[in-house]
Design a protein around this ligand. Structure first.
Ligand SMILES: Nc1ncnc2c1ncn2[C@@H]1O[C@H](COP(=O)(O)OP(=O)(O)OP(=O)(O)O)[C@@H](O)[C@H]1O
Ligand SMILES: [Mg+2]
Length: 371
């Protein structure tokens, strides 16, 4: 099996231990303390949740991924399906259906995984109040204790047309279940913080915050070195440090880079700087097509601003120098272009600095469009 994994949840041996975070999360869950787990994208939030659960013997996790939900019915389907997966399958799926009878649920099996899938009647569940039925079911299933509930990508709730009402419905149910721990997870760039820190939100101050940052270099480096060694490759710490810097320490990007280095080298070799370069060109070869499509869609000023951030950095973006580099007529043009680039997800703002969402895109732009 490939020693480096990215773009998926990692657990067990593929998970670099994060004892502090695992302990904190487990402690909150055991205490019934609701948690809002935030961090950059690909920083390991979902993996942390799954790995923590694996370590909690005799505990069950109702894990609902809310990515791309659009309606209250979508929410109901995701949560009811997650409930049906709590296992042992047959009895729980049956119970979930029974508790939701008002929404006329149907049960089918996912052809690829063989797991149960619950779908409620979308017309009956169109109103956010239907979410109350599902939350009631969650409460009943969790009533036996030792069950916690995860709403991953929780900010997606805002895609529901009546999302304010949806939040209020959820909040009032959750308040009625003080013994059940809820973990709300989402990317910091995706509004989740606002749901918990905006005084007008029903979720204001309702959960304790836990931030998932990068894996510390001194923990990640030995983990990665050992994985290179399994494939009989030796890698020096300074090269790993280069990879950490290049990827802004986001674990998913670090693993993608390491995987490319592993593919570009033979067993018995010592990884060198040239191998990093080859790995990067392999990533460009794989992802270049997508990068082209993403950048071709941009207006002239958006493109120039993107290249200028790649080359000159995203801190002093309204300085005369940056505006000149971006070939923009004014600071307002730069501001508009950057706003659109953030909107399309190519850039994000971190501590007032515009940064690339994907460090490989930045490197690709630099290689492709030298001054
Ligand atoms: N503890 C870890 N050890 C090793 N690799 C990790 C760890 N945590 C995350 N990763 C790497 O990061 C990738 C993304 O992890 P995960 O999906 O858990 O992150 P996430 O924060 O939930 O991402 P997203 O914002 O996309 O939901 C994994 O595929 C893996 O390559
Ligand atoms: Mg995730």
């Amino acid at each position: 099996m490939k020693p480096f994994r990215y773009g998926c949840v990692v657990t067990d041996d593929a998970f670099c231990p994060r004892p502090g975070l695992q302990k904190a999360l487990e402690g909150h869950i055991r205490d019934g303390q609701n948690v809002v787990l935030t961090g950059e994208r690909r920083t390991g939030k979902t993996s942390l949740i799954h790995e923590t659960c694996k370590g909690m013997k005799r505990w069950r996790m109702l894990y609902a991924d809310l990515l791309n939900i659009r309606t209250a019915a979508d929410f109901c389907n995701r949560v009811a399906t997650a409930a049906a997966h709590l296992g042992p399958a047959s009895s729980l799926a049956g119970k979930a259906l029974q508790f939701l009878s008002r929404l006329r649920p149907t049960l089918s099996l996912d052809p690829s995984s063989g797991m149960p899938v619950v779908s409620v009647d979308s017309a009956l569940a169109a109103d956010p109040r239907s979410m109350d039925d599902v939350m009631g079911m969650v409460g009943k299933l969790a009533a036996g204790g030792r069950t916690f509930v995860v709403f991953d990508e929780f900010q997606e709730i805002r895609r529901i047309p009546d999302w304010e009402q949806a939040l209020a419905v959820l909040r009032s149910r959750i308040q009625m279940l003080p013994e059940v721990c809820f973990v709300f997870s989402g990317s910091v760039r995706a509004d989740i913080v606002d749901i918990f820190t905006n005084p007008s939100s029903p979720f204001f101050k309702s959960a304790i915050a836990l931030t998932v940052g990068p894996v510390p270099d001194d923990d990640f480096a030995p983990f990665l070195t050992e994985r290179f060694a399994r494939g009989r490759r030796t890698v020096a710490r300074d090269l790993l440090d280069e990879i950490f810097d290049f990827t802004n320490r986001l674990p998913g990007d670090v693993q993608q880079f390491c995987s490319a280095v592993w593919n570009a080298t033979d067993p018995g070799t010592v990884v060198g700087r040239e191998d990093l370069k080859r790995a990067l060109s392999d990533i460009f070869a794989q992802e270049g097509g997508a990068f082209e499509i993403q950048t071709e869609r941009l207006t002239r000023f958006q493109f120039k601003a993107l290249v200028a951030v790649a080359r000159w950095g995203g801190k002093k973006v309204f300085s005369g120098e940056f505006i000149r580099h971006a070939e923009a007529p004014s600071a307002a043009t730069v501001a508009r272009a950057l706003k659109s680039l953030v909107g399309t997800g190519l850039l994000f703002v971190h501590e007032r600095e515009y940064r690339f969402f994907n460090p490989f895109l930045r490197a690709w732009l630099l290689a492709r469009f030298p001054i």
